[in-house]
Design a protein around this ligand. Sequence first.
Ligand code: MG
Length: 254
Amino acid sequence: MVPLRTRQEIESMRRAGRVVADVLALMEEELKPGVTTARLDTLAEDYIRKAGARPSFKGYRGHPGYPNFPGCICVSIDDEVVHGIPGERLIEEGQVVSVDAGAIWQGYHGDGARTFYVGKPPADVVRLIETTRLALMAGIAAAVPGAHIDDVSGAVEDVAVEGRCDIVRPYVGHGIGTKMHEDLQIPNYRTGRLGVELEPGVCMAIEPMLTLGSAEVETLSDGWTVVTTDHSLAAHFEHTIAVTENGPVILTTA
Ligand code: MG
């Protein structure tokens, strides 16, 4: 059973989502050559806590035998797809940088991600980033009452294919609410199964991850960082949304 959130719960998720959106806007401002990813993480944590929220990624449980996630944001650079750990690495001109952030406000979660380019992007990177962003928006637009999960997945897939990007398949969108990851799964490609029917109150994080080359991925020895096996560039966009009587509503927005 997919939990249906009340209007009041969705309002709390919107508060969490606003913090996430603000953090991502702050990251866009601060993402300059010479800044370390650890510094970005500190700025994000300060912002989240000052807003009266808590960072949901910090201490997130790792795979067995690996440390819990140490940061408040994931910073994934170039061929890193998701789950990059903030550290002493320097941001440089010409990097493709994906930032994923999560916040909890009074027990309710928001989760969002954006990909930025440091400098003026070449045409193929513009295609990668714009296709990923548009794939997310198409997935959101498909999340109307009466539609099914596969409609959302198919909408994401169609935009990815149209933009000649490959789809990272092992990582998918998810239900979200009182936990960051709830049972519902939202693949970024058609599965051939309708999946659950969407109705008002369903909340989910839709998050296409696309690549310019092969989307085959592996996890680095840190137990977290997911990279493309062929080192092709990757992008990641994510919004937390609520399905309402009036259609989908983005919660991770200012
Ligand atoms: Mg997510």
